[in-house]
Design a protein around this ligand. Structure first.
Ligand code: BTN
Length: 235
């Protein structure tokens, strides 16, 4: 895939911009911004930028991904991030469905949105990567610079990401890497007041959670996010 990079200083949300105006942007556009005034996270959360230390961008894919493959894109994106981190000697872990953690703190979040217009499948993959630390870091988050002790040009991280994204795009390798780095495997999580044990990730993007009656339930990422008992305050 050849991507077309476009950068703006400030915008509401790169995801919203590409989704709203998908027809005027070229396919494979990557829109990045120094600042977002209305950055969006998953499940109606906000994504707050930290004085430009976040690498924030969105990728527009028009009729590139089949509808049934959208739920697997989390593996592509998170495997790409984990590999970029590895290049900087940072060990990342996969927190299903869309987060990458380092030392149990969030270093990257992904928001994948899609819509179908007629026979066109429009997908926007939004990515926030904590690259350069700022003084107002909040607990529960970690930056690449916190670990390697120096700032990194965000542009380099984006280029590395694009390279890895091409490599892992909807591949079995992406699923395998995320499974190998699946940090909540065997742990207890709470969902709506009920406890579950986290089991395997499935190739279609779903996860198996065993409830207290030992019944295995299958969930997709648009339905929930996992809160580990000991990390509930991070959610
Ligand atoms: C999450 O962790 O809940 C997902 C966060 C996704 C944030 C990125 S930043 C670039 C893109 N534009 C947005 O408004 N959100 C995504």
């Amino acid at each position: 895939m050849i991507f077309l990079k476009k950068h703006v200083n400030i915008i509401g949300s790169t995801n919203v911009e590409l989704m709203k105006n998908y027809d005027i942007y070229n396919n494979y556009t990557i829109l990045s911004a120094n600042h977002q005034t209305q950055g969006k996270g998953r499940l109606d959360r906000k994504w707050v930028d930290n004085k430009s230390g976040n690498l924030m961008f969105s990728i527009l894919l028009k009729n590139v991904v089949n509808f049934e493959d959208i739920s697997k894109l989390n593996y592509t994106v998170c495997a790409s991030i984990i590999s970029v981190l590895e290049k900087f000697n940072i060990i990342g872990e996969f927190k299903w469905p869309n987060d990458v953690l380092v030392k149990n703190k969030k270093i990257s979040g992904v928001l994948i949105e899609s819509k179908v217009i007629g026979d066109e499948v429009v997908v926007v993959i939004g990515q926030g990567i904590n690259v350069n630390s700022a003084s107002d870091n909040s607990d529960g988050y970690i930056y690449m610079s916190d670990i390697i002790g120096k700032n990194i040009p965000k542009e380099d991280v984006l280029d590395d990401f694009i390279y890895m994204f091409n490599k892992y795009f909807l591949s079995y390798g992406a699923y395998k890497l995320c499974s190998a780095k699946h940090c909540y495997y065997g742990k207890s999580v709470e969902i709506n007041g009920n406890m579950y044990t986290v089991l395997e990730l499935q190739e279609d993007g779903s996860i198996i959670l065993k409830d207290s009656n030992s019944i295995e339930n299958i969930y997709f990422g648009n339905e929930l996010s996992l809160s580990r008992q000991e990390f509930l305050e991070d959610e």
